[in-house]
Each structure stands twice: as structure tokens, then as C-alpha cells.
Design a protein around this ligand. Sequence first.
Ligand SMILES: [Fe+2]
Length: 365
Amino acid sequence: MSHEYFNPVRSVYGAGALASLPKLLAGRRALVVTFPEARALGIVGRVEKLLHGQLAGVIDDVKPNPDVAELRTQYEAFWREPDSADVIVALGGGSAIDTAKALMVGTESGRFDDLLAGLAGGTGFVPAKLKTLIAVPTTAGTGSEVTPWATIWDRGAQKKYSLHLEQTWPAVALIDPELMLSLPAGVTLQSGLDALSHALESIWNVNANALSDTYAVAAVHDILDALPALMKRLDDVDLRGRMALAALKAGMAFSNTRTALAHSISYEMTLRHGVPHGIACSFPLPMVLERAIGQRRDRDAVLERALGPLDAAPRRLSGFIEGLGVKTRFADYGVGKAEAEAMVAHALTGPRGKNFIGMTSEVMA
Ligand SMILES: [Fe+2]
């Protein structure tokens, strides 16, 4: 039986790594896509100083969970002058990187709705034009810098689109923990728990392989150790670096497996109850772990490498998450028993839910 692991993203990381951006651009002009607070935090200023004449423009109104309503305007303005930039530099968390992934694939007409129609049609979307993406995460968690997919939300219609194309892998993930020093406690926690979820979801996953497991186990160990320490010392660049690397490892793991049941649950918690992604995909982890244990012997062995003896692992995991101030039961989020059961049942049938090992009828390995 053969296995495959694939990730084409060049990773450049370490404190001060942002300085290599001009070299990575190699003379090409760049559009920077970032979040509104980035300028006040001094991050946009640093990039402007580094890029000088190579900077084609800045889109700095990316909102959390990019919605079709905002993306349409940004996309159509960008593709009206497609020659202004060769490279899109996404500077921010998952929302900035996801926005950049939507922007980088041009439709023939330059119209955003043609992209949505292509994604919804199920026949596959082939970009007529393409820009290069350099992803510069300012949070340690999303993993979007080493994956080809993005989530586009349509809150009006209460649904989401998944962008996942061969062309939407970033060319470079440029990871500089110095950019994360100003992250507030709430976002630090949410992104760190998102990374933990990515790592664990890649283990209880039908697509897991030995290499994704190696990244995932290392990421879990790093996060269990570094995240509580970081929450006490947010300005510690070494701890920021450890979490940045842990999130990168988790990203490398789930770039090959995608996520599973906890993320499937999270989408409804975010859409219906407004729970931020990092909390929505991490509060169910102990519940999902309990379901995962005993499903497959090979997965149990990897979970034990990650979390220690399995009889105590769900308690240990809920203790870790609750110790960081995040409740781990549906009731804590105002979701009653009947709604929770329906939500889990629905989540199991979704595309991510089907990645969960508890859904397969495979014989125990
Ligand atoms: Fe996530």
C-alpha cells in the first residue's frame, strides 16, 4: 500500500523573516491585502518601507470571515486593472489569506459572481488569469498559508463556499513571529486553539498518513506546552515563535488531510451562534476525541503519541482547553441537548464530517 504527502509551499520562517519580502518578490509588484487594524499596529508601515516602488496598493478593509458582499467589490476593483500587481501579499490572519486566495483567481469577465457560480456548479472552476500569492500570517493558527483552500461566506444566504483549486496554493509562507507580538490575548488564544484543532483533526482523519501524523503530533506537543505559557507572556518573541512553528506544523498536517468533525460542527456554531472560528472548532475537541478513541487501532496509537494514555486523554484535553478559559460543552454556548444532537448528526454528513474516522465502516486496523 502506498501513501502520498504533497505540499508545494516554500516556508520561510523566524524572527525578522519579513525582511526577506523584497527578495522573494524579485522585482515584481505587489498588492497587499490586510485587516483594518494593521496600519495602526505599524505592520502596513513596515511593509510599505520594505517595498517602496514595488508596492502596487493596499486593500486594508478585510473583515473577519470574508463575505461575498465585501469580496465582490474588492475582487472586481482588483481585476479591472489586472496588470497593476503580479503578486498578492496577504498580511493577516485566515481572513486576509482567504480573501487573497479569492482575489488571485481571475474570471474571464472579471466578475466575482462568475467565480461563485463556478464554485457552486461542482464542475470545477478554471481561472482565466492568475496571480502569485505570498502569505504572511500575523496570527499563529490558521494554517491557511500552507493550504490551497479558503472559505467564502454568504451570511445573507446562511451558507459558505469552499475555494479549493490547484492554483490557490500560496507560493511562499513567510512566517515572522515579530508580527504576532501585538496580537491581543483573545485572538492569540483563538488562533492557538484553531491550530490545536487542525492537528487533532488531521489525526482522527480518514486521509491521515505517516507524514501528516508526524507534523500533527509535534504540533500538539508544542501547543500543549507553549500556548498556556504564551497566554501569560504575550510579548515573549520566543514563545510567539514556538506557537508560529506549531501552527505551521499543524497546517502542514491538515494540508493533506483536511479537517474533520470538530470543524464540521464549527461552521454551524459560527453561522448560527456567532462563535469565533478558533473557539467553535476547539470546544468540541474533547467530545470528538471520545468518539474517535476505539474506532481504529492505528489512529488510537497516534492519538496516544499526541495526548498520552487514552483513558485519561479526553479529561486531559478538556482540562487544557477549560484551563485557558474556554468551555467545552454545547450548553455553555446556549445550545440545548436536542439542537446539539441535531447539529452533530448534520455535521457528520458534511464533507469535513465524512473525513472523521468514526464515520467509516473500515475494519479496525
Ligand atoms: Fe480551523
